[in-house]
Design a protein around this ligand. Sequence first.
Ligand code: NAI
Ligand code: MG
Length: 495
Amino acid sequence: MASETTAARNPADRAWPLWLAGEPAPAASGRTFAVHNPATGQPLAQVAEADAADVDAAAQRARDALDSGTWAKLSARDRGRLLRRLAELIERHADELAELETRNNGKPIFESRQIDLPMTAAVFDYYAGWADKIEGAVLPVSGPFHAYTQREPVGVVAAITPWNFPLLLASWKLAPALACGCVVLHKPAEQTPLTALRLGELAAEAGFPPGVWSVLPGYGPTAGAALATHPLVDKIAFTGSTAVGHEVMRLAASSNKRVSLELGGKSPNIVFPDADLDAAARGAYNAIFYGKGEVCAAGSRLLVDRRIHDVFLAKLLDRARRLAPGDPMHPKTKLGPLVSQEQLDRVLGYIATGRREGAQLAIGGERASVPGHERGYFLSPTIFDQAQPDMAIVREEIFGPVLATMDFSDFDDAIARANATSYGLAAGVWTRDLALAHRAARALKAGTVWINTYNQYDPAAPFGGFRQSGFGRELGRPALDLYTETKTVWVNLEN
Ligand code: NAI
Ligand code: MG
């Protein structure tokens, strides 16, 4: 087998089998599928394609590990040790994983190196600490009873993850699930399965016992749907589109699986007139262009007080003008290609709709050409001005570097416009007025509110959506609720 570094440079040099219950295995069907490098449009690797038969095999092994195997007998502290060892292995392999992530997803290498990889390791490290601190309580019930609760693993967890943060969003699910004593079946997105497969290998190296961790790359309607309906799967943790989130819930309903969903967003970023406008412009820029805008919490609706609109937009455009899409492997590149031709087409479609509906294109709006990467899926950073509440570019998630700008007249107008969405994942507020900031935070319907900052994440800070953005909270202590059942035990003390 090629060395790890070589394999990250050229993933085609190695085979990418399923990671089945802790071991490499071909798909039962023998099928494979191609994944692409979005910077070149060229095939990157050939990956084993899991379907219902592989899901069934992995689920059986997972259930065995949970019910009778070494996993069930492992102490909570030892589970924590395994998670910590995995965090260390991720750190040790950070360069290789970052390169692989960038080659498969197209995100700039500086993001993979400085954000995705450190945070993925931090998430495993954080939940390593939780493993032996998941406690029940003694309950103050009436009568001659001793009553207490204990927290038990919910069981076999299927994590279905998207392509925008392949490793990081997997860690948000896998780390707390394992800390709680669950076993995991991970189906990465069909566009970006490579780092997930490497993570499975590293988990085995860290010492996770057989059966506990499977990685099943494949397509949604086959592998994904098989997980959502399999009788041995207890819980689905899903991140992706709202439509598929609804479908997963429907599929999971007949076997009463626990479901948590982290879906899309159309997050507002509100600039009040007293804000530090330079900081706010930098913030608005990062809010939409970080991660190519393929970020569930992207600040895709910019709301600017009418009185500062012109001066603010000039500052923002000045920054956007200097943002050139480029080779994501170059350390200075700040905007990589979109993940796929399909995503590029979808985003270009929204741009065409925005123009047709009468929004004013202030910058960008076109496929960008990057020398040496003519077939890459690059888009120039795009900002619409004079967007209106009923336009598709204001209502629907675009999931690309496309910003819709609107004016507001006062605080109430700003909040009303911000909340005029079916989503509720995140919101940003820019002001120097402390009371105003907190009033806005209270009034905004969103799972996260950022004040004078944007796109801040930490393993300790819960994240998730209101309304159509999903339910359940990942990260922090609340994620433990997603992966445990509470059992109440009553003891008759007079018996
Ligand atoms: P998607 O929702 O189809 O994919 C997410 C995951 O769900 C993938 O692993 C996929 O294989 C799986 N999946 C698809 N159909 C399934 C099914 N029937 N049963 C079980 N699993 C299934 O997302 P897609 O099509 O790649 O992107 C479309 C849009 O979704 C994007 O433009 C964006 O608006 C949104 N999206 C939001 C994300 C977020 O972070 N909240 C992440 C990815 C996409
Ligand atoms: Mg889809």
